[in-house]
Design a protein around this ligand. Structure first.
Ligand code: C5P
Length: 310
């Protein structure tokens, strides 16, 4: 075997893909005493995802590197939710963290798609696997909920009803797959900013709490076609997002003119989701929305997909 190179050593790191979330139904209630708003939402994980890789580090510490969407804008220290997640796993295991985390981002930053929460969920799972820490489902959920309201769902993926502040999950057995065109914009909206705008509009008598998730849950369980789903999409934050970023209205209107079945602000925005009939329709619709301009980037996605701890 002289002259031959030894086979490359197998990678020692752990990589997990974590999907973005959308909220086909997002009902926002009043602010609670703790400042969070009561939610009645239906989450769905879509195929747009970040990849979180955890590799051992010789010296103690949590080192974060980021590539892809918004890499330059995100903190790599304790300000990054993935950093907090790694610390929590180490604390739970009673060890000193020593890890290099790499976030390869495709989920737009501050876009209403839970990109930061997805990275936190990915870091929980990747660190637990790297350090061989056995964390039960309930404990993992507790750690996730402590990191953010959307993090528990980002772990599980699929489709689920979210109540409480979004962290209490009831899985939904969705029968089928739905196709979306995801249009990001040049602006960002911070989640608290959008909740504040919801409150402000409510004081002016604009908007109400859409607490009933029943119809859309039934539609998912029965495998409704996209036309039927289009009529059931709800987002109580949409008016607030459009009020904060009025340019969203023309992006939404443009997509509808190009044949989207529905235009739906994703979470607190400003990403806009366009529902398509099927994959073929989604491809054509994405091309037309791209050509029209007004979106920063246009992606194809389908859901539901599973999360890293499904
Ligand atoms: O839970 P998370 O840290 O992701 O929430 C970010 C912010 O969004 C909160 O500090 C709060 O201002 C707002 N929020 C809310 N009601 C929720 C979820 C989030 O008001 N149900």
């Amino acid at each position: 075997m002289t002259g031959q190179t030894a086979p490359a050593a197998p990678p020692v790191g752990v990589s997990v893909d974590v999907p973005a979330k959308i909220n086909p139904h997002l009902g926002v209630g009043d602010a609670r005493a703790d400042g969070y708003h009561a939610l009645s939402t239906v989450y769905q994980a879509i195929s747009l995802h970040d990849t979180v890789t955890a590799e051992p580090r010789e010296e103690p510490g949590i080192e974060i590197t980021i590539s892809g969407e918004g890499a330059g804008e995100l903190p790599t220290d304790e300000g990054n939710l993935a950093h907090k997640a790694a610390k929590l796993v180490a604390l739970y295991a009673g060890i000193k963290p020593a890890v290099k985390l790499h976030l390869n981002k495709r989920i737009p930053v501050a876009g209403g798609l839970a990109g930061g929460s997805a990275d936190a969920a990915g870091a929980l799972v990747a660190c637990a696997r790297l350090w061989e820490v056995a964390i039960g489902d309930a404990e993992l959920h507790r750690l996730a909920a402590g990191l953010g309201s959307d993090v528990p769902f980002c772990l599980k993926g699929g489709t689920a009803i979210g109540t409480g502040r979004g962290e209490e999950l009831t899985p939904v057995q969705a029968k089928g797959s739905w196709n979306w065109v995801v249009a990001t914009t040049d602006t960002q909206i911070s989640t608290p900013e959008c909740y504040k705008e919801v409150d402000r509009l409510r004081e002016d008598g604009i908007g109400r709490y859409s607490s009933d998730v029943g119809p859309i849950v039934t539609a998912f369980e029965q495998g409704a076609d996209a036309d039927a789903l289009a009529r059931l999409l709800v987002n109580d934050m949409e008016a607030a997002a459009v009020s904060l970023r009025p340019q969203l209205a023309s992006l939404m209107h443009g997509g509808l003119e190009e044949g989207a079945l529905a235009a739906h602000v994703s979470g607190s925005g400003p990403t806009v989701l366009f529902l398509a009939t099927d994959v073929k329709h989604a491809v054509a619709l994405a091309r037309r929305i791209r050509m029209r301009g007004g979106a920063r980037s246009v992606h194809l996605a389908h859901g539901p997909v599973a999360g890293p701890a499904a």
